[in-house]
Design a protein around this ligand. Structure first.
Ligand code: ADP
Ligand code: ADP
Length: 226
């Protein structure tokens, strides 16, 4: 069974805005799926429904083989990385990374080990005592990734995680996220409006337009036969 399955998913926002219309998507284990398309086409809404941050108007969402329409975000086997990092400003890097585990009542020594391992793998060990405001954009993004990694989710959700970084750093972080995907060997669902990002990172590309999926294919086929 697919790792994430969307069946006839619709999202209608108040005011009768149909943001997502009859989306069907079958995401296999360990894929790197990129949702791509112009601003306003429904990418973010789709991702947020998978995360449980947005209610599904109709249709069915399965994560693993569990129907998740009414499952709280923290009880889904997912972690999300946002465009604006969404770090807690009053907490240190360590506390930011530990927070999601503390919430789930994981023992402190286990949390400590996971935080330090993740920090080491992202080369931010030396920043653990800092507050987010004392970090660069790239460092903040690493912390946001670290906070997701320590949870060891089955599915990583990323919403334009690189769009606040300058061009050079964006290219570097692209490669790092691809490496991370290989290392963790798990499912990534990644939203971007940037075709280059989609093409270089995705193993499967989902092209959306006006709330509808237009095309699903490998990056090679999408960009050879648009
Ligand atoms: P994308 O991520 O592709 O830019 P979104 O999923 O953010 O697209 O938005 C899809 C559509 O839904 C847009 O028309 C947007 O204006 C609308 N929309 C998004 N969020 C809301 C909301 N909270 N209330 C009403 N409409 C919304
Ligand atoms: P609490 O307030 O519930 O004790 P904290 O988040 O303050 O929780 O700390 C939890 C544990 O994590 C502490 O035992 C501390 O040793 C460790 N810790 C917190 N911040 C850091 C840090 N910056 N570097 C190393 N260890 C830390």
């Amino acid at each position: 069974m697919a790792k994430v399955l969307l069946k006839n998913i619709y999202k209608v926002y108040p005011g009768n805005v149909a943001a997502v219309k009859d989306v069907n998507l079958d995401i296999e284990d360990k894929e790197f799926v990129v949702l791509v398309g112009p601003s306003g086409c429904g990418k973010s809404t789709t991702l947020r429904m998978i995360a449980g941050l947005e209610e599904i108007t109709s249709g069915e969402l399965y994560i693993g083989d569990k129907l998740c329409n009414d499952v709280a975000p923290k009880d889904r086997d997912i972690a999300m990385v946002f465009q604006n990092y969404a770090l807690y400003p009053h907490m240190t890097v360590y506390e930011n990374m530990a927070f999601g585990l503390k919430l789930r009542k994981i023992p402190k020594d286990v949390i400590d080990k996971k935080v330090r391992e993740a920090a080491k793998s992202l080369d931010i060990e030396h920043l653990l005592d800092r507050k987010p405001k004392a970090l660069s954009g790239g460092q903040r993004q690493r912390v946001a990734l670290g906070r997701a990694i320590v949870r060891e989710p089955k599915v990583f959700l990323m919403d334009e995680p690189l769009s606040n970084l300058d061009a050079k750093l964006r290219v570097q972080m692209r490669a790092e996220i691809s490496k991370l995907h290989k290392r963790l060997n798990t499912t990534f669902i990644y939203v971007t409006h940037d075709q280059t990002e989609a093409m270089t990172m995705g193993t499967k590309i989902v092209v959306m337009k006006d709330g509808v999926i237009q095309q699903v294919d490998s990056p090679q086929r999408i960009y050879e036969h648009p």
